[in-house]
Design a protein around this ligand. Structure first.
Ligand SMILES: [Zn+2]
Length: 242
């Protein structure tokens, strides 16, 4: 039986029987992995804390017959403070469920893990508005998953972009049926998010009305990629009206 170690963050938790859990972990170098964690649903189980949603840890596991069994974990960050603030918890829950929906198993998604980690940290720092963090996280996720680029010029003629869609950016003349009109400040923000290194990705400002516009564009794109409703998205709407 092989014993492996991997660093990552818990992005999904599901109860199994009375006492056990299956946890989904977005890892640094092995994509997304699911671990079976025996006894982790018990309040004082040895794996209970390490298998809470958002926990970052080095996970030790063995693999046999296609099942990864969690043996232990060394927690580096629990993000426990999220539990003390229902709004940041609602955003963090949505961010992690969205990451889970966007990432395939065993594909190296380290940059998505970094983006998720940074955005959850920012929810607690409270420097940026929640809506700003949400807009950046969604656009960043679309970028790093390869769905969008910076839309800097019309795909047909090279003139300035005014309309965008998952298929590309267009001028007024060449817009496609499903293209969405976007104002210049929103296009500039998308360009910034699509070009900056992940560590600086939040460092810009955008007026509230344009943040709303960027979030509405993201909602349209995400609806095309994930045809089902995320539970955490509904929760976010109920709690924060966002
Ligand atoms: Zn054009």
């Amino acid at each position: 039986m092989d014993v492996n170690k991997v660093r990552g963050m818990v992005i999904g938790v599901r109860q199994s029987g009375d006492a056990d859990k299956f946890v989904t972990v977005l890892t640094r170098n092995k994509g997304k992995l699911t671990f079976y964690a025996k006894g982790a649903f018990k309040p004082k189980g040895k794996l209970t804390a390490a298998t809470e949603l958002f926990t970052c840890a080095e996970f030790v596991y063995s693999s046999a017959k296609g099942l990864n069994v969690l043996q232990g974990a060394d927690i580096t960050e629990s993000f426990y403070e999220l539990r003390e603030d229902i709004e940041s918890l609602a955003y963090a829950g949505y961010f992690s469920e969205l990451a889970d929906s966007f990432t395939a198993y065993k594909v190296n998604d380290e940059v998505i893990l970094v983006l998720l980690y940074l955005c959850i940290k920012e929810l607690l720092r409270k420097v940026y508005k929640y809506k700003h963090i949400r807009a950046v996280y969604e656009t960043g996720l679309l970028r790093f998953s390869g769905y969008i680029s910076d839309f800097s010029s019309c795909d047909v003629c090279g003139n300035a972009t005014e309309y965008i869609g998952m298929e590309g950016g267009y001028c007024k003349e060449h817009k496609q049926v499903q293209s969405i009109f976007v104002n210049k400040p929103v296009l500039k923000a998308i360009k910034y998010i699509c070009e900056s290194p992940v560590k600086n990705i939040l460092s810009f400002s955008l007026d509230e009305k344009y943040l709303d516009e960027l979030c509405a564009v993201n909602d349209e794109f995400i609806k095309d990629i994930i045809p089902y409703k995320l539970k955490s998205r509904k929760f976010l709407k109920d709690i924060c009206n966002d």
